[in-house]
Every structure is written in C-alpha cells, then in structure tokens.
Design a binder for this molecule. Structure first.
Ligand code: CA
Ligand code: CA
Length: 183
C-alpha cells in the first residue's frame, strides 16, 4: 500500500506541529528538548516538579524509539522521507504499533485529559490543539467531527488515532484527532 497524498499531508502536519519543534525540517534530539520544555511551561511545572520529570522520561523514550526505528541512514535526524516510510510500515498493521507509538499516543491523551478523569472533553481538546497552533474554533469543530459525543475515552482515542495514521478516507472521524479539519 503506497502512501496517498492525503495521508502524506496528515503525516506532515504531525511532523511539523508536534515533532519538528524548531522547524529545522527534520526531527532530532533538540526538538525533544524543546518539546519537553514547552509541555512543562504550558502546564506551569517547574523543573523540580515530578510531572516535569515524568514528561521528560516519556518523551526521551519516544525519541529513542523513533530514532531506532526510523533513522534509516543513522545520521541522528529523522527526515520527512524517513518519517513517511515509518508510518507506511505502521499502516500495514496498526494493531502492531511500535512501543514508542503507543507511548506517544498515551502521552498525548494524558496531556489532553488535563483533569485526569480518563476522558477528554471539548474544552480540554481545544486547549491542547490550540497550544499546537490550531485556531480554537477549528479545534472545537474538529472535536465534534470525531463523532464520540461529549467525551473521548482512551479506547475511542486509540481507535481514532489508528485512523489518523492509516486511513485514506477523507471522512474518517480519526482525521480530526489533532484538531485540524482540513489538510
Ligand atoms: Ca528539528
Ligand atoms: Ca536520518
């Protein structure tokens, strides 16, 4: 299954908005250092806060897993093409996601579930999506398009996540899981 242009656009959005934080055109350790800082700042966690340390451990684990799997030419950078081919592999069998992909999905879920009650509501969702650059009104519309009602629990989230990264259907509800309504 080759990567459609539509799926490439979705993958590129996540690459740019969530991973290539310093907008250098590739993903490396520096992006993760910035991401860790950004998450702690947005939550108001000081460096001594255990949650800050936890976010750091999680994101460094993600970077390690990503680098080991995706950095085909081993130059310490994940290029766009390396990113695409990794997700192309994922889409062949989303049920067998790599460990870092699961860790990252749970990290984003926990980030959005700021009240920690095990589900994400529209306010929590739009708050996090807009911190990654999506206009709030668009994120609110995206939340409705997820078709999950008022709350998205972790199981729904996992199903929608799989659709985002593997579906070519422009109407799949999972396309909206990062708050974008069009690509
Ligand atoms: Ca970068
Ligand atoms: Ca590389």
């Amino acid at each position: 299954m080759t990567l459609s242009e539509f799926r490439k656009k979705k993958l590129l959005y996540v690459f740019n908005a969530f991973f290539d934080v310093n907008q250098s055109g590739s993903i490396d350790k520096k992006d993760f250092d910035l991401a860790i800082q950004r998450v702690s700042d947005s939550r108001g966690w000081g460096p001594d806060n255990p949650k800050s340390q936890q976010a750091k451990d999680t994101l460094l684990k993600v970077w390690d897993g990503l680098r080991q799997r995706a950095d085909a030419d081993q130059d310490g950078q994940i290029s766009r093409d390396e990113w695409y081919s990794m997700w192309e592999e994922y889409a062949k069998n989303p049920a067998k996601a790599l460990e870092w992909q699961q860790v990252y999905m749970n990290f984003i879920f926990d980030l959005e579930d700021s009240s920690g009650d095990g589900s994400i509501d529209e306010n929590e969702f739009s708050h996090v999506c807009s911190s990654y650059g999506v206009p709030e009104a668009e994120a609110r519309e995206a939340f409705k398009k997820l078709g999950a009602g008022n709350e998205v629990n972790r199981d729904n989230f996992a199903d929608l996540w799989k659709q985002y990264f593997s579906s070519d259907d422009p109407n799949a509800p999972g396309n909206f899981i990062f708050g974008k309504t069009s690509f």
